[in-house]
Unconditional design. Structure first.
Length: 398
């Protein structure tokens, strides 16, 4: 009988991580079956998602409130599905708030399925209380960052540094950009700018107006400006409508492979803060990041966030390698000035790329790839766990 891996992904960045894990698990054991919630990258691999992750993909205190009834409904549906299917292991990926709600309800029911969490909560930045909570919630924790282990191990949680799959994601992308440029109708004489306003509805709503003002100002300095705007299916229409009003020629880019081609085509990128900074660095694309929440969430973040940097490369470097404009500094005038500076100074921009790549090396585990390491942790969890006698026969969807 096949063994069932139940995966819960709540946002697009988790979808990319989980898709690599999915491929590595299938390669390790073709008899494994899968069920749960995944994004478009996982679905492209044949994973059948219970519902769209766009229902869950929201960040910020004020932003969550209007979605709460739907989020609670989805939580209850997942709990019922897991109880019915009785998988061999549950793999939760990032999305702390939603994952915590699901696990809390599962434990109330006495469900004894091992739970492995992928992507540690950032207790080094804020909410240190999540470390002891994680030790009670999960059987194993897989971290992307080597420095995270001690925060959780002191509470007895079995932790594994598996590294970040972004490096292997980019490695397989072709260096031949001619076909991509032709499809996107990019003139050879263009100055190509990549614009990434986020992967959640709340993000693009707040960042597109800021980024649009930056682009309009840059267009006066670079009349040959051409925009590449990578996005995902769940928000593509919203993004397309927002940029359709602009006079700057542009192309909306979908799909993971084309996303990386867009990065490599671009002389510079302006991006929402997140995993994308690692992808841009791996693709040798100089960039800056920006981010802001609603006014209320901005105030809360100012009080509770203790990390000196928002950018992941800067956290690794412990200094500002990638310029960041967050919260009150997420202003079009500041972003425009820095973008213009780096777009006009190729030597400075390439120095940023060089330094960022050096710090990316910290995210690779020795002797294997991050996805293979993560698959090993999951597979060993299944192998060492002895299911209870009432373990049900499951009917996986994908």
């Amino acid at each position: 009988m096949s063994q069932l891996v139940y995966i819960i992904v709540g946002e697009p960045s988790g979808d990319i991580l989980a898709s690599r894990l999915l491929m590595a698990l299938k390669k390790r054991d073709s008899n494994l079956s899968f069920a749960g919630i995944g994004g478009e990258t996982m679905i492209a691999l044949g994973f059948k998602s219970f519902f769209s992750i766009s229902d869950l993909s929201v960040m910020g205190v004020w932003e969550v409130v209007p979605r709460l009834p739907l989020i609670l409904k989805r939580r209850n549906q997942i709990v019922e599905d897991i109880t019915q299917q009785q998988p061999n292991v549950i793999v939760t990926v990032d999305s702390w708030g939603f994952v915590r709600a699901v696990i809390k309800k599962l434990k109330k029911r006495g469900v004894g399925i091992p739970i492995v969490h992928y992507v540690a909560p950032q207790v080094w930045a804020w909410k240190k209380s999540r470390a002891p909570q994680a030790a009670k919630m999960f059987d194993r924790l897989m971290t992307l960052w080597p420095f995270e282990l001690p925060y959780f191990e002191k509470y007895g949680l079995n932790c594994h540094f598996v590294g970040h799959p972004v490096v292997e994601n980019v490695a397989g992308v072709s260096d031949d950009l001619s076909e991509f440029r032709e499809r996107c109708k990019i003139p050879m004489s263009s100055t190509v700018l990549c614009v990434l306003p986020g992967s959640r509805h709340s993000e693009v709503k707040r960042l597109i107006p800021v980024f649009s003002r930056v682009v309009s100002r840059l267009h006066t300095q670079f009349p040959n400006l051409f925009l590449l705007i990578p996005t995902i299916n769940s928000i593509a229409e919203e993004v397309e409508q927002a940029f359709a009003k602009m006079s700057v020629p542009h192309c909306i880019v979908r799909g993971q492979s084309d996303r990386y081609q867009a990065f490599r085509c671009s002389c510079f990128a302006i991006a929402a803060s997140g995993t994308v900074t690692l992808e841009l660095a791996a693709c040798s694309t100089p960039h800056l990041i920006a981010y802001r929440f609603s006014r209320l969430t901005n105030l809360i973040a100012k009080v509770f966030v203790t990390a000196p940097y928002a950018n992941l490369i800067n956290i690794l470097a412990q200094r500002e390698v990638i310029p960041e404009f967050v919260l009150a500094n997420c202003r079009s005038d500041l972003i425009h000035a820095k973008a213009l500076e780096l777009m006009c100074d190729a030597q400075n921009a390439q120095e940023q790329v060089k330094q960022a790549k050096q710090h990316l090396l910290q995210l690779q585990p020795g002797g294997t790839t991050p996805s293979q390491k993560a698959a090993e942790v999951i597979y060993n969890t299944i192998r060492t766990h002895k299911p209870s006698s009432d373990h049900h026969t499951h009917c996986p969807r994908g």
